[in-house]
Design a protein around this ligand. Sequence first.
Ligand code: GLC
Length: 722
Amino acid sequence: MKKLLIVYVILSAVASAGSILSAKSKEIYKDPKAPVEKRVKDLLSRMTLEEKIWQITQGVYGGYDNPNNILGVNRNTVPYIGSVICHATSAQMTNLLQKKAVDSTRLGIPILVGMDIIHGNRTVYPIPLAQGASFNPNLAYQASRVAARESYDVGIHWTFSPMIDITHDPRWGRVMEAYGEDPYVNARFCEAAVKGYQGENLSDEGSIAACLKHYVGYGESEGGRDYFPTDISNQMLWDTYFPPYEAGVKAGAATVMSSFNTLNGIPATCNPYTLQEVLRGKWGFEGFVVSDWEAVMQIVLQGCAADKKEAGEKAINSGLDMDMADFVYVDFLKELIEEGKVSEKTVDEAVSRVLTLKFRLGLFENPYRPETSEADFLKPEYRAVAEQMAAESAVLLKNEAVLPLKKDAKVAVIGPIAEDQKCVMGNWRGLGEFADVITLLDGMKAEFPNLTYSKGCEIEGNDKSGFADAVAVAQASDVVVLCLGEGFLYTGENCSRGSISLPGVQEELFAELVKTGKPVVVLIESGRPLDLTRIAPGATALMDIWCPGVNGGPAVASLLSGRRNPSGKLPVTFPYTLKQIPVYYNHRDRSRRGNMGIYNDGTPLEPLFDFGYGLSYSKFEYSDIQADGLHASVKVTNTSAIDGEETVLWFIKDMACSIARPVKELKYFEKRLIKAGQTEVFEFEMDKLRDLGFVDSRGDRFFEPGQFIIFTGDKQKTIEVK
Ligand code: GLC
């Protein structure tokens, strides 16, 4: 019996050793057929603590051209680092990096390569603020597909986009990076960008991971000063700032980036409420959160940590999975774990989220990309998408029967933006090269055979010596097209400005040209709403073309000639003057009316141009608004002889709610072509809770029966909903 027992014990010992060996030898993480969670679990079990900590660290590899990111003491990228930011110019460059990671490290974990592909990589299309003006999320989807392809091809796996930070302060330079002031518009474009970047599957050719940023409330940096604190009530967070992020999470965004600002005193980089209670608890987000650039160590500067070690402890324990660019996790996490201040389980959760994305991207099977060449970029079909977006995002703000111009008109093109190839790109231009830009002047030369040009003045500076030539050219023409705008990097990160007026002597040049008595068509290149109060009245026509990207020239020229019909509408309010801000459409009402609550120095309460404003060459007449229960409709007739696209915006107002509601809330929009003389019926199928309900300060959506007004065009209808 005893012998039998001994034999049994030996046999079972051999068997279990065999199973351990087989498990050890059977590297499940390398099996593409194994479920991702099994691969993650297996790989995690093989990692040392040091390897885990490097896996949730992001460094910088190769050139990086964002001057605002002070390249601190960034160590050389070690091959077992989890991720790098890389201004990748070719697959050859990133393949070198991946080869080091896959071949020279113990576990061969590929590196996740991230980059700011905000509005195109080499094919730079209009800035997100302009895209919002198109009210065409499907076009934004197409543009994001192009951006993803040109990024995938150079070995970028992850873009830090879409940015969906609502702001009510045009002094803030990053107003260019989101889709305007409205939560609903930002949510729709966010979904389009996430789906455009990520495609059907993250492992598909041409797909890259998206990143919702900057979570959250960054756009309300006090005084429009970047990096400053923000104080936002929970009510405003839930009804204004959270919705685009919730939409992005529901659209399947793979990652989120926390923001630089303290939010109500707690840095967003280590904010358990936003990072855990809301993002994971309320919305069920399963991806990972990356900090912004060196934001973990900036917790010390924000006065919320005594030193970087404490900053690291707070960040990882608040749910901040990956540390960007300051190596705080590398320097302190091991110690924090040994001191029991951070559990290895917390680190394992963060590592698992990063590894999950790498498996979902297929990086273990396809760490390399085919070598790239110039032919892979700026393909005609890519430029075509960029041009269409530039055309659809331009907003015609005024037209006193001067546009479209006649083909044979004698056109004087004047102004410092006419030949510009830098400002029109906008900030965050990825691999965009200035020489790629077809200028406004070149675009117009191709459209108008009878054209003369004079620069008139620079964007900045006080030199008026070019005025005389510009005036002479204007006097010899039938019409002036005056190209004015902001300077290079006037918007973007760390680009806050105390003034939103046109710089230099551009306004004076405009005034001199108006004196000639010739019609003056003003084109405004801008990354933010500008103060146009000294331009709009004297301009014969006025069009904001934003930063239109590589094909802005042909796009704008086609609008001026009528080959295309303007269809953009403002996604952001244009203030009458900075003295008014904050001024935005979906504000709550005051407690008094009439001359109570006005500025007593004559500064108007109303903005210069409203959210949703934009003209067309067509004339659209709204009629017969109907509302039957939760179904509303309106007829829109194109009474002109020109086919045109109209975006019908549907707003609601809750007349009485336990929480004061904005005077108007955009709940749906639809853009459609209406042929000359035709009538189209536009419908809005309301969902009671989604469209007429509201959220409270805990984020719980509720509906209260009562009276609502539905607005669209110049029509409105009051409905009673039980
Ligand atoms: C920057 C920006 C962020 C960007 C990151 C990486 O500081 O705030 O938008 O994605 O660093 O470049």
